[in-house]
Design a protein. Structure first.
Length: 224
């Protein structure tokens, strides 16, 4: 009888715990190559926490956990508004990206003026901004723009040398079997499918303004 009770208790515990998959490695990048131009590494960029080494996606319950590992990371976050981390990806033929900052003050996008922009809201510990790509054809010159869909809190972990955030599956209507593909739009043409950049380069990114970059080696299929 005691064994039966213990078995039922374990079964109930397993049922309560959220579904959990192993982190899937989506990309890897060699350490020691962080710099401010395409010529090569620059001292202190690695120590500042911009040297990307690995990226994973993991399904935990009804969320995907996106994690980016670095060669090292300072005890304090990277200078918030001065830098951005970008991760471009595609899903169902549409272009998306995350824009991640270690500090964020909500303000309207004065150029695009589209999406779910925030005014006055502050994320002191960081934010991951989920954006969808589109083409702005209002001018004679077509512009590739991104509009904001949602905002998610970010965790900068100096001990683990990681930046991570959670995205609900419902944010993009993901289901088991849905596949997130390597990004093809936005800044990917400059070599920034995944990269750290200075804030001033966000609107006029070139290979010479990328601090460190990586490429998705594989897509991610959402497990059951």
């Amino acid at each position: 009888m005691k064994k039966l009770i213990a078995f039922v208790a374990i079964l109930m515990l397993v049922t309560i715990l959220p579904a959990h998959s192993k982190p899937a490695t989506i990309f890897e990048d060699a350490p020691g190559d962080a710099g401010m131009d395409a010529a090569g590494p620059i001292p202190l960029m690695t120590e500042a926490g911009f040297d990307i080494t690995k990226g994973t996606i993991e399904k935990v319950g009804k969320e995907l956990v996106w994690t980016v590992e670095h060669a090292t990371m300072p005890a304090t976050n990277q200078p918030g508004e001065a830098f951005r981390f970008l991760w471009h990806f595609d899903y169902k033929g549409k272009q998306y990206r995350f824009t991640v900052k270690s500090f964020d003050i909500g303000k309207p996008d004065v150029i695009a003026q589209t999406g779910t922009e925030r005014i006055g809201q502050v994320y002191p510990n960081g934010v991951a901004r989920l954006e969808e790509g589109y083409i702005d054809a209002t001018l004679p010159l077509q512009l590739s723009q991104f509009q904001v869909l949602e905002y998610f809190e970010v965790t900068f972990d100096a001990a683990k040398k990681t930046v991570s955030w959670k995205m609900p599956l419902a944010a993009l209507k993901l289901k088991p079997g849905s596949t997130i593909e390597p990004g093809t739009g936005g800044s990917t043409g400059t070599g920034c499918q995944i990269c750290w950049i200075p804030h001033y380069a966000e609107r006029s990114l070139t290979p010479q303004t990328i601090i460190d970059s990586a490429q998705m080696a594989t897509g991610y299929k959402v497990p059951k």
